[in-house]
Design a binder for this molecule. Structure first.
Ligand code: SF4
Ligand code: F3S
Length: 112
């Protein structure tokens, strides 16, 4: 089991999750973060910390494609271990539909 970062992180990037992770398994892209599923120890402490409710356990329905997405980008992006400033217009993007398609060019996390 692992936790995963999902769509609502995109262009919000609050990074409260990073501050509490005991194993520093978050990786940072230009518009969002991901979790390395091989490094996450399933402690669950990051999930309630995300103001955007973007972190899900992989036991939740519909998260399989997000596991593929998180693993893919964790291998490509640098590690982040300290909280940073949120995205400048985070409040505008928080909760917006269709962010994955708009920012990554595909609505399927397994493809994006
Ligand atoms: Fe880190 Fe725990 Fe969240 Fe996994 S569940 S990403 S180990 S804080
Ligand atoms: Fe993203 Fe939530 Fe962390 S918005 S950066 S998963 S606190």
């Amino acid at each position: 089991m692992t936790y995963l970062v999902t769509e609502n992180c995109i262009r919000c990037k609050y990074t409260d999750c990073v501050a509490v992770c005991p194993v520093d398994c978050f990786y940072v892209g230009e518009t969002m973060l991901v979790i390395n599923p091989d490094e996450c120890i399933d402690c669950g402490v990051c999930e309630p910390e995300c103001p955007a409710d973007a972190i899900k356990a992989d036991t939740e329905p519909g998260t399989a494609a997000w596991k593929t997405f998180n693993a893919k980008y964790a291998a490509l992006w640098p590690n982040i271990s300290e909280k940073a400033e949120p995205a400048e217009d985070a409040a505008v993007w928080d909760g917006r539909d269709g962010k994955l398609l708009e920012v990554f060019g595909d609505a399927d996390p397994a493809v994006a």
